[in-house]
Every structure is written in C-alpha cells, then in structure tokens.
Design a protein around this ligand. Structure first.
Ligand SMILES: NC(=O)c1ccc[n+]([C@@H]2O[C@H](COP(=O)([O-])OP(=O)(O)OC[C@H]3O[C@@H](n4cnc5c(N)ncnc54)[C@H](O)[C@@H]3O)[C@@H](O)[C@H]2O)c1
Ligand SMILES: O=P(O)(O)OC[C@H](O)CO
Length: 344
C-alpha cells in the first residue's frame, strides 16, 4: 500500500511539493483553504492563481476537508504562510498520531512572539511529537521545482532519523536534499534572506547597480549570521543552502516575490499597493519587523534590516536609506579577525 502524505496549503509551494511527492509514488492529499481552489484543480488540474503553467497530476487528491486530508498520513507538510502556521497547527493537531512527521516549509518568524516556526509547532503540539518536527528550506522557487529543474534543499531536525526521513521523503532525481541538525540556523537563514531580498529589490528599483546588490547581499549575510549565532545557530549553516544559497536565489530571481516587491518599493510604489498587487505572500515584510525587534533583543547590529524597516514602516525615503548605509561610521569587515590579530 502506498504511504499517505498530507500537504497543507495549496499555494505555490504546497502545490509544487505535492507534485514532487506524487511523482515519487506517495498517495498525496493537498488541502486548500478555499473551496473554489478545490473546484478549479478538480476540474482543470490547474492552480491558475499560484502555478498557472503546471498541470497537477490526477493522482493528487485535493480537498478543503482537513480531517480527510490528514487521515492515516505518515507525514504532514505545512505550506501555509508564516502568520497562519500557529492556527493551522492547532487545526491539524487533533488528526495526527505520535508517529506522524511534521515538516514546516514556511519561511518566516511569528511577529507577535518573535518565535521561529518550529518553536511555534512545539508550543502547539504535544511533547511526544516534538522530536517529529522538521523544517525544509533552501533555494527553491515553486515555479522551478514544479517544472522539475535541478534544485538542492536542506532538511533540518533535532533528530537525525527525522531529518533523514524527510530527506528520503523529498529526494528525487531533480531534487537533492541535504540534512542539517542546526534547526535554528536553517530556519533563520530561510526567514531573514527575505529581508535582504526586499533591500536588494529596493536597490534595483532605485536603478542602482550590480555592485550595490552584491554589497547588500554580502553585508546582509553578515548581519543574518550575526543575529543567527547570537540566537544559537552555527555560523557554517549560513554558508550553506539555507543561508547564502537561498539569499542568492531570492536576491537575483524574478520569481522572488520579495525581490519583486522591493523593486516596486524602490520605484516609489507605496507598500499597501505593492502587497495588494502581488496576490501572494511576501514574507519579508513581516519578517523585517520581527528581525528588527530581534536585533534589539539580542543587541546585534543589523543596519540593512534597520534601514529596510525604516523604509517599510516609518516612511523613510529608500534613497536616503541607502545613503545612511553608505555613510555609517567606518568599520572592519570581520570583527573576529581583528580581535584575534593583536599585532595588527
Ligand atoms: N513559493 C515558493 O517558491 C516557496 C518556496 C519555498 C518556501 N516558500 C514558503 O512557503 C510558504 C508559503 O508560500 P507560498 O509561496 O506557497 O505562498 P502563496 O501565497 O503562493 O500561497 C499561500 C497559501 O496559503 C493559503 N493561506 C493564506 N492564509 C492562510 C490561512 N490563514 N490559513 C490557511 N491557509 C492560508 C493561501 O490560500 C494559499 O493557498 C511561505 O512561508 C514561503 O516563504 C515558498
Ligand atoms: O518568492 P519568495 O521571495 O517568497 O522566495 C521563495 C523561496 O523562499 C525561494 O527559495
């Protein structure tokens, strides 16, 4: 008998992951919040709003009934936006057993609590399920994964068997999955790169060049790693797929909603209009707020995040924000190198 897997969230990413799993032979049920999405996929096999070019295999069952979705499933893949993770886990909880593996694929932070999403899952799930939690992250646009273009991602869990289970779950000829025990680093890399993608988008929208984008990405990674290590992550994780890997794709691809939103902001469009026009989740906006407060909480300098916050929420002119970054007090590139070189 084929193993059943539930994918919760029929947006771009949930749909793409459901396709990957169905092609691997799992019995996949995709849960959509809205009945009209269920009807459309059932009748046309197309999810026209989120992945219009992709034909969804007949073998994927689509429903808005959560109990039906979760019945006898071995794994639950959560692909709803970060702000919906807590309420979704609460709804999922009654229908999972203590053997079920839960994989969060959303990239963000909970702004009200500043928690990472696996922490939200832990808070909402009984203790016997805590070791079954995993996260999937890395450079992976749904538009490319659903077209089977070669992609590499990372599965993180505190328990090696669970990370390897998720690795095996998703591993496919064109989807290579690595494991990493550093859940904190993998989650923070995936969430915080969206802030830098907004910043690089803004820079592109202002008409600045490749040098500017490279500087923002590099210094952006430095501040992601600074906050990440202060929060207990391993610095090497930020040199991996969930760190630099996802930063590269999100700051350079036109599939990135965060980058596209940033470009429009740089061109002078107000934030509410940008978000209304996007019609899909732009995680970086909320994450900028959370990251700004986390930087204060941990006493970490995050100048790009701070300027992005000012542009998004305090009405700072983007050009002035760039100027503030350029005119900051001079500093070293890597503080640790200087501290360890007393002769210098
Ligand atoms: N799109 C990608 O390429 C991609 C890749 C990797 C990770 N992610 C992450 O996956 C998460 C989902 O992104 P997406 O691209 O699928 O977003 P999306 O905007 O394409 O789809 C979001 C889905 O969640 C549903 N939703 C919205 N609010 C909800 C709520 N309150 N309760 C339940 N469902 C709700 C929507 O109806 C929609 O089906 C995000 O955190 C994103 O960062 C996306
Ligand atoms: O389209 P974005 O900017 O939400 O990015 C999607 C994924 O996180 C890319 O890995």
């Amino acid at each position: 008998m084929r193993e059943r897997v539930a994918v919760i969230g029929a947006g771009s990413w949930g749909t793409a992951l459901a396709i990957v799993l169905a092609k691997k032979g799992y019995e996949v049920t995709l849960w959509a919040r809205r009945q009209e999405v269920v009807r459309e996929i059932e009748t046309t096999r197309i999810n026209s709003h989120y992945l219009p070019e992709i034909v969804i295999p007949e073998s994927i069952k689509i429903t808005a009934d959560l109990e039906e979705t979760l019945m006898q499933c071995v794994a639950v893949v959560l692909s709803v936006p970060s702000h919906a993770v807590r309420e979704t886990v609460r709804r999922v909880r009654p229908f999972v057993t203590k053997e079920t593996v839960l994989v969060n694929t959303a990239k963000g932070l909970e702004i009200e609590t500043l928690m990472r999403l696996s922490e939200v899952l832990k808070q909402e799930l009984p203790v016997e399920l805590h070791n079954n939690i995993a996260v999937l992250s890395g450079p992976s646009h749904a538009e490319e994964v659903s077209r089977d273009l070669p992609t590499a991602v990372v599965a993180a869990s505190h328990r090696r068997q669970v990370a390897e289970y998720v690795q095996d779950l998703f591993m496919a000829p064109n989807l290579r999955v690595y494991t990493n025990p550093d859940v904190t680093g993998v989650e923070l890399g995936g969430a915080l790169k969206n802030v830098i993608a907004l910043a690089t988008g803004i820079s592109d929208g202002l008409g600045f060049g490749d040098n500017t984008r490279a500087a923002l990405m590099t210094r952006g990674l430095a501040e992601i790693a600074r906050l990440g290590t202060a929060m207990g992550a391993q610095s090497l994780t930020f040199a991996g797929l969930a760190g630099i890997g996802d930063l590269i794709v999100t700051c350079t691809s036109l599939y990135s909603r965060n980058r596209r939103a940033g470009i429009q902001l740089g061109q002078g469009k107000p934030l509410d209009q940008v978000l209304a026009g996007m019609g899909m989740v732009v995680e970086g906006v909320r994450t900028t707020k959370a990251a700004y407060h986390l930087a204060q909480k941990y006493g970490v300098e995050m100048p790009i995040t701070e300027q992005t916050y000012q542009v998004l929420f305090e009405g700072l002119n983007p050009r002035e924000a760039v100027s503030k970054l350029m005119l900051r007090t001079r500093t070293h590139e890597v503080e640790e190198i200087v501290v360890n070189r007393q002769d210098w």
